[in-house]
Structures are given as structure tokens and as C-alpha cells.
Design a protein around this ligand. Structure first.
Ligand code: RTP
Ligand code: MG
Length: 139
């Protein structure tokens, strides 16, 4: 179990709006090292599996359909205190409440289309990274 890693996705809205480069730039400028990186698209089935933890929540159906609506960028990132520092860098779930200068404040439009995902615990970072990347895809 690595306590200095997190997992992120650049969500379909930010990809469609041309923000991949700017977001990766913000992430690396904040001191995160890229361990693994992939440009791909989730299906309704794989998005449903990824977000299974939210299955009982009222927004689950919309979340799964949005996350499978277009390509995403998935990455494993490394930094001291990665989980907490990355969630600080991306800002609040609702971009209207996200602090000035955060990724969601700069690039997101709504709570559904909120530009990026960030793992909420070491355990989930491990599970989510394993969902997308084999050992041979990590550097
Ligand atoms: P994420 O997992 O994407 O990093 O976001 P988060 O931890 O800040 O939020 P979480 O509670 O894990 O929810 C996952 C995603 O579901 C959508 N959501 N919609 N309508 C709503 O009340 C609502 N709440 C959450 C968001 O797109 C959120 O990123
Ligand atoms: Mg979450």
C-alpha cells in the first residue's frame, strides 16, 4: 500500500473543452510526478464498476452516463501527502464552491461536469489505479 500516491481522471467535459494540457501542467507544477498515464474511454459498464461505491446515491445514473460520454485521461500521481494535497489542488466537488485557483474553479462548469476526479483515500487510490493500469504501465 503506497501512502504517497493518488489516482486522477481528467473527465469528459475538461477533455472536450481542450483542457488536458493545462490541467496536466497545473498537476506537475504542484509537484506531482506522473507514474502512469492513459487516454481512454469508459463504457457504461466500466464506469458503473468504477463508481460502484456510489451505486445507492441519487446521482449514480447521471454520473455513469456522463463519465462514459467521451474520452478521459487517467493517471497515477506521486507526491508526499498525495491524497490530501491533490484534493486541495482540485477544489470542492461543486465548482461554484471551489477555491480560487483550483482546477475545478478554473476548468469546471457544474457539479456533474467537474473536470477532474481525485481519490479520497489511500485504499481507493490503490483500487482505482489498479482498475486502469497494469504493473508494466507504471514508471
Ligand atoms: P470525485 O470522486 O470525482 O473526485 O469527486 P468527489 O470525491 O469530490 O465527489 P464524490 O462524492 O466522490 O462524487 C463523485 C462525483 O459524483 C458527482 N456528484 N454529484 N449532484 C450531486 O449532488 C453530486 N454529488 C456528487 C460529482 O461529479 C462528483 O465528482
Ligand atoms: Mg470521490
Amino acid at each position: 500500500m503506497s501512502t504517497n500516491r493518488t489516482f486522477t481522471m481528467i473527465k469528459p467535459d475538461a477533455v472536450a473543452n481542450g483542457h488536458i494540457g493545462a490541467i496536466i501542467n497545473d498537476i506537475t507544477n504542484a509537484g506531482f510526478k506522473i507514474i502512469a498515464l492513459k487516454y481512454t474511454q469508459l463504457t457504461a459498464e466500466t464506469a458503473g464498476e468504477f463508481y460502484a461505491v456510489h451505486k445507492a446515491r441519487p446521482f449514480y445514473g447521471d454520473l455513469v452516463s456522463f463519465m462514459s460520454s467521451g474520452p478521459i485521461v487517467a493517471a497515477i500521481l506521486e507526491k508526499d501527502n498525495a491524497i490530501e494535497d491533490f484534493r486541495k489542488l482540485i477544489g470542492a466537488t461543486n465548482p461554484a464552491e471551489a477555491a480560487e485557483g483550483t482546477i475545478r474553479q478554473k476548468y469546471a462548469k457544474s457539479i456533474d461536469a467537474n473536470a477532474v476526479h481525485g481519490s479520497d483515500s489511500d485504499e481507493n487510490a490503490q483500487i482505482e489505479g489498479d482498475f486502469f493500469f497494469t504493473a508494466a504501465e507504471r514508471f
